[in-house]
Design a binder for this molecule. Structure first.
Ligand SMILES: Nc1ncnc2c1ncn2[C@@H]1O[C@H](COP(=O)(O)OS(=O)(=O)O)[C@@H](OP(=O)(O)O)[C@H]1O
Length: 280
C-alpha cells in the first residue's frame, strides 16, 4: 500500500493523486505506463494538470477522426494513471489517443525511443495554480489562497512534483515533442489547430479546422462535457477558461516572489521569456 494522506500519495519523491490504481500500488501502475509496448500510431498527450489537457484531447480526437464530434467518455479510458482496468487500454481501437500527467521520467519508453507522436500543452503556471486552487474545492478543500500559495505555489506540494520541476525537466529532456501553449490555442485557434494537423500528418479541410475551433470554444466544450456526464456533476472541470485570472489571486508581493523563483529555477529556458520576461 502506498503512503497516502490527504495531500496525495507520496511516491518516488513526489505527490500523486489518489486515483485507485495509484492508491493500490503506484509502482505497479507507473511501471505499466513506462513499459507500455504501444502501437506505432499511438499519440500521447502529456501535460501538467489544469493546463488544458481536455481541450487538446478534444481537438486532437476530432483531427484524428476527421469528425467534429465530442468524445469525453473515451478520454477517461485512455488516461493512463487513472483507468481502473489496465487491459482496457489494449481495447482502444487505433489510432489510440492516450493521455497522462506523469513526469517525463515515467513516460512510455518505447513511445519515446521509437519517436512516436507526443503532444505537450503548457499553460502560464500562475493560471495553472489558480485553476488548481479552485479545482481542489471540488474535493472539499477549504484552504484559502494564501495558504495554497505557501504550500503549493512556492512549496512543492502540488501533485506530479510541482510545475517548475515538471516543465523544466520536460523541456530539457524531451525531443520530437509538439509543444502547444494554452494561450496560443485560445488566441489563434485555427492557426494552432492547423499546426497540430500538420504534426499529426492528417489532411484537414479549412472548413473542418474552423468547425473544430468553434466546437472547442470554452462555452461549447463546457456544455458538451456536462451533457456527456449527464450532470450537474459535483466536479466542476471547466471553470473560467481564461488567460490571466492569476491577476485576481496573486498579490503584488506573491507575484514578485514567484517570478524570482521562476527565473532561478528556469534560467535559460524558453519558458522564462514566455512567462516571466524581466521587463514585466
Ligand atoms: N476550450 C477551452 N478554452 C479555454 N480553457 C479551457 C478550454 N477547455 C478547458 N479549458 C480549461 O483548462 C483547464 C483544465 O485543464 P485540464 O483539462 O488539463 O485539467 S485536468 O488536469 O485534466 O483535470 C480549466 O481551466 P480553468 O477554467 O482556469 O480552471 C478549463 O476551464
Amino acid at each position: 500500500m502506498a503512503d497516502a494522506n490527504k495531500r496525495g500519495i507520496f511516491f518516488d519523491g513526489i505527490y500523486l493523486p489518489t486515483f485507485k490504481p495509484l492508491l493500490e500500488n503506484p509502482e505497479v501502475r507507473l511501471n505499466a505506463i513506462k513499459n507500455l509496448e504501444g502501437r506505432s500510431d499511438d499519440v500521447l498527450i502529456t501535460a501538467f494538470p489544469r493546463s488544458g489537457t481536455h481541450w487538446l484531447w478534444e481537438i486532437t480526437y476530432m483531427l484524428l477522426s476527421q469528425e467534429d464530434q465530442y468524445t469525453e467518455k473515451t478520454k477517461e479510458t485512455a488516461f493512463l494513471e487513472f483507468v481502473d482496468d489496465w487491459s482496457n487500454i489494449e481495447k482502444i481501437p487505433s489510432p489510440r489517443l492516450l493521455n497522462t500527467h506523469v513526469p517525463y521520467r515515467w513516460l512510455p519508453l518505447q513511445h519515446i525511443a521509437k519517436q512516436r507522436k507526443i503532444l505537450h500543452v503548457i499553460r502560464n503556471p500562475k493560471d495553472v495554480f489558480v485553476s488548481l486552487f479552485h479545482f481542489q474545492k471540488n474535493f472539499g478543500s477549504t484552504e484559502d489562497w494564501d495558504s495554497f500559495y505557501k504550500s503549493k505555489v512556492i512549496g512543492s506540494g502540488t501533485n506530479y512534483g510541482g510545475w517548475l520541476e515538471y516543465e523544466r525537466t520536460f523541456i530539457l529532456e524531451s525531443k520530437n515533442v509538439h509543444v502547444i501553449f494554452y494561450e496560443d490555442i485560445k488566441l489563434k485557434p485555427t492557426e494552432e489547430i492547423k499546426r497540430l494537423a500538420k504534426f499529426l500528418d492528417v489532411e484537414c479541410s479549412d472548413d473542418l479546422i474552423a468547425n473544430i475551433a468553434e466546437k472547442c470554444e470554452f462555452d461549447k466544450l463546457k456544455k458538451a462535457h456536462l451533457t456527456v456526464k449527464k450532470t450537474e456533476s459535483k466536479v466542476q472541470h471547466y471553470r473560467k477558461g481564461e488567460i490571466g485570472d492569476w491577476k485576481n489571486h496573486f498579490t503584488v508581493a506573491q507575484n514578485e516572489e514567484f517570478d524570482d523563483l521562476f527565473r532561478t529555477k528556469m534560467a535559460g529556458s524558453l519558458l522564462c521569456s514566455k512567462y516571466c520576461p524581466t521587463t514585466s
